[in-house]
Each structure stands twice: as C-alpha cells, then as structure tokens.
Design a protein around this ligand. Structure first.
Ligand code: SF4
Length: 324
C-alpha cells in the first residue's frame, strides 16, 4: 500500500518574545523531527497531552503555518512549496475538522453559506450546483437538506460538528485532519460522531489524521498511532500493537488512565509525577525524565533516539536496555 502523506523530519520553532518591544529572546520548538507515513485509506491517530505539538502538526499540514525544517509530501509531491495551482489543489484535497465548529461558522449566515464557502472560494460550480451540493453533504452527515437555511445557534454541539464535517466533505477531499473533533461533546454524542467519521471514511475512501488527547477515542478510530511528548514522537506502532503491548513509559501511563470495560484487562493506574515541563526550557536528556519512574542518570544526560523495532518504534533508553 502506498503512503498518501509523508512527514519527513518536520520541525517547527516559534520565537519567544519579551518586553514592550517584543524582542526575540529565544525560541521554543513545538514540533521536533516528526517522520511518519500515512497510508491511503487508513487513520493515523496522534495522541499526547495539550502542548505536545499535535495541533501545530495539523496546522502545518493544512498550510496555516509554515514549516521551520523538513518537508511534507502529499501523494509524492511537496506540499505548500509547489506552484500556485498545485497549492490550491492540495488545499482542496486536505481539509480539517476543528474541535469547535461554532467558531468557524458565521453566526449571521445560514449554515448553507458556510458549508458552500470552499466551493465559492475555489470557484467550483454555480449557485444552483453549490446549493445542490450543500443538500447532498447535509444528507451524508445525517442532517435534513432544509437545515441549510437555519443559523448556527439553532443546532446542538453534535449537529454543529456534523456541519463541520459536511463543510470539509463538500470539497471532495482525499485527506481529512480531525483536530480533537469530539472533545467538546458529551460522551454519547462523541460515539455518534466517531461512528459517522468511520462510515464516511469507508464510503468515500478517505485517509484521516485524528488528533486527540484521549486514548479511548484513538483506540476507536486509528489504524496506526503516534504518541507525542513535548513536540517529539516517543512511540509509533499499529493501534493493535500499541494497545496490546505499549512500550514507552509515557504511553503506559496514558493507557493506564484510560477506562477499560473488561475488569480482567484493567491495569494499575500509573500516576505521572509533576506537570508537563515548559517547552521554552525543556529538561535535559530525555524530556520525560522528571516524570518517569524508570529514569536513570543516562536519561538525564542523553536524548533517546527513536529506534525502529519492526513492530513498533520508541524513543526510550529503558526499552533499549531491556528494563522497561
Ligand atoms: Fe523514562 Fe529514561 Fe525512557 Fe525517558 S529514556 S522514558 S526517562 S526510561
């Protein structure tokens, strides 16, 4: 199977500014060397705590932010560096569904206008065909076509997220980035939206990148998983492998905090020590060492490399030394 999307050593730094003149006094690395492929028709789950760099990764992918280093290939071609027509085409092919669809809907306009916005910007079709496409998309996401004439405040959170999905789908994308699309919703509505995304993926042969801080959500949707900590991937594996046999101490801690229905499969909760450190002044060596029960002197000195173990990749000295 071929990769539709390839991240190649992608890095993103932001300047740190201070004082009334906003002078640059340093820099913070939000994403540090992400290399991963997303196979066509599959879902890559990206998981980590808030501030781990997963949303920055999404923003670079959809062109909302330039890369500091590395490259992103879409269908074998570099994204956002090609000529204008190719850039416009890749903007159509890659769409994003945000956590809060309400903020991206104009409260003064019926939602049909917001759903058709991409078609209008890209000058696809005329008013009649655009209205027809809006009706088809609403139907696809389980809303009546008459909803096009209603205003955002008339919908529930789950319905607004369906509108967000319709808005992405109307561009007939190959790839959708779902940036925490269910984290603002009630649990029962979360399941409906996840099931909708899964069935649409199969029906339309979509490839997804699904970002979440919640491993239960990732377990439900992902084929492959990348766990990020302070801007860098610390473990990558198929979802099956990762949930059955997590390797990195951070993945184990995240997983131990995830509710499991089967009492026989429950594991003792691993409580992480302390808070997520500031990326402005990250810890030396392994950035996870102040919170890791397995940390030793080597961990404090030496940055662990991401090592490929065939079934999984992980960046941890304890795994390499066989003491994990
Ligand atoms: Fe823990 Fe050391 Fe592994 Fe980092 S490298 S996760 S500190 S054991």
């Amino acid at each position: 199977m071929s990769a539709l999307l390839e991240f190649k050593d992608v890095k993103k730094d932001f300047p740190v500014r201070k004082g009334i003149f906003q002078r640059i006094v340093g820099q913070v690395t939000a994403v540090n060397g992400v290399t991963i492929d997303v196979e066509r028709g599959k879902t890559l789950g990206v998981v980590g705590e808030s501030g781990c760099g997963k949303s920055t990764l999404a923003k670079m992918l959809v062109g909302l932010m330039p890369l500091t280093a590395g490259e992103i290939l879409f269908d074998g071609k570099p994204l956002h560096q090609s000529d204008n027509m190719e850039t416009i085409e890749s903007a159509r092919q890659i769409q994003i569904v945000f956590q809060d669809p309400f903020s991206s809907l104009d409260p003064r306009l019926p939602i049909g206008h917001s759903i058709a916005e991409g078609l209008v910007i890209h000058k696809i079709g005329d008013a009649t065909s655009q209205r027809k496409a809006v009706g088809e998309m609403l139907d696809l996401v389980g809303l009546p076509p008459t909803a096009a004439d209603r205003y955002p405040h008339e919908f529930s959170g789950g319905q607004r997220q369906r509108i967000g999905i319709a808005r992405a789908l109307i561009m007939k994308p190959d790839f959708i980035v779902c940036d925490e699309p269910t984290s603002a919703l009630d649990v029962s509505v979360q399941a409906q939206i996840l099931n909708l995304l899964k069935s649409l993926q199969q029906e339309l042969n979509l490839t997804l990148m699904f970002i979440s801080h919640n491993l239960s959500v990732i377990r439900h949707v992902a084929d492959d998983v990348m766990v990020m900590y302070l801007g860098a991937p610390v473990e990558m594996a198929s979802a099956k492998q990762l949930f059955a046999d997590p390797k990195h101490p951070y993945t184990k801690a995240l997983l131990s905090a995830t509710p499991v229905a089967d009492p026989e499969k429950r594991v003792e909760r691993i409580r992480l020590q302390g808070e997520l450190p500031s990326p402005i002044n990250p810890p030396s060596g392994c950035t996870f060492h102040p919170r890791c029960a397995l940390a030793n002197d080597r961990c404090k000195r030496e940055i662990p490399k991401l090592v490929d173990h065939k079934n999984f990749s992980t960046a941890c000295h304890a795994v390499e030394e066989g003491r994990s």
